[in-house]
Design a protein around this ligand. Structure first.
Ligand code: FAD
Length: 230
């Protein structure tokens, strides 16, 4: 288990906190889209409890970034007590998302944007060529994490396109979509779903429903990767 110090904590949206962590010694080597086991530690540095969290930062980043919904559960209640400077344990990396293909559709909701940020930041940093589509839904505008950064990345990289959709709000002047991600929206942007690899991430109920939806649209089920929680 590696030790990381919390370098920064910010509340990005209602109840969703972004943690930036710097390594104390060894740095976790990971691939984009992977997750790590985070440990709360006692005063001797022994693990008290652990949970998996997707890594939102790109592999080249000097810090690890996590985007965590504070649900008041066993782990998040303990995490909420930690201040900047506190040390946590990081174990991993875990999970594999083969992302070398040239056509990817990332479909995510809520904190499901975390692994997608790692993938998209990596694609942008490496200036990868292909077709990369991000479909990202949140309940309202203030719950959309990384909105400005995603727009910036898409502006710089013509291979990357981001479609935001809000499920419970239609703010004045909103340039994105409204409503849940479903057949019509996906079909509008992905003419040939079978040509794409799909990564779906978010609340489990949403992720499993979307998996069925993209397979129904013609995606190859061997190329549909799913990660869900909550
Ligand atoms: C591979 C993987 C990656 C994950 N990555 C992330 C991530 O990037 N960000 C993140 O926030 N979580 C992520 N999770 C979920 C995380 O591991 C914990 O399950 C979550 O933080 C809740 O832990 P807890 O002990 O505080 O809550 P628990 O004590 O386990 O649950 C307390 C209550 O909260 C509810 N609950 C649990 N999770 C959620 C949720 N997300 N939304 C609403 N209610 C919930 C439970 O149903 C329960 O009623 C990931 C899980 C997996 C398996």
């Amino acid at each position: 288990m590696l030790k990381y110090r919390i370098a920064d904590i910010s509340e990005a949206a209602n109840g969703i906190w972004i943690f930036a962590m710097e390594p104390l010694g060894g740095k976790l080597v990971h691939r984009p889209g992977q997750f790590a086991m985070m440990h709360l530690l006692d005063e001797k540095g022994e693990s008290l409890d652990k949970r998996p969290y997707s890594i939102a930062s790109a592999p080249d980043s000097p810090q690890l970034e996590f985007c965590i919904k504070m649900v008041g559960g066993r782990f998040t209640s303990g995490l909420a007590l930690l201040k900047k400077g506190a040390v946590v344990g990081i174990e991993g990396p875990m999970g594999v998302i083969p992302h070398e293909g040239g056509k990817w559709a990332f479909v995510c909701g809520g904190t499901g944007i975390a692994p997608v940020m790692s993938l998209v930041r990596d694609i942008a940093q490496k200036n990868r060529k292909g077709s990369f589509l991000v479909f990202y839904s949140a309940r309202d505008r203030k719950s959309l994490l990384y909105h400005d950064e995603l727009l910036r990345l898409a502006k710089r990289n013509p291979c990357l396109r981001v479609v935001f959709t809000l499920t419970r709000e239609e703010p004045a002047g909103w340039a994105g979509r409204c409503g849940r991600i479903g057949d019509a929206l996906l079909h509008e942007f992905v003419a040939a779903p079978e040509d794409y690899d799909w990564f779906i991430c978010g609340p489990m109920a949403m992720a499993t429903a979307l998996r069925e939806c993209v397979i129904g649209l013609g995606a190859d089920q061997k190329r549909v990767y799913l990660e869900g929680w909550g």
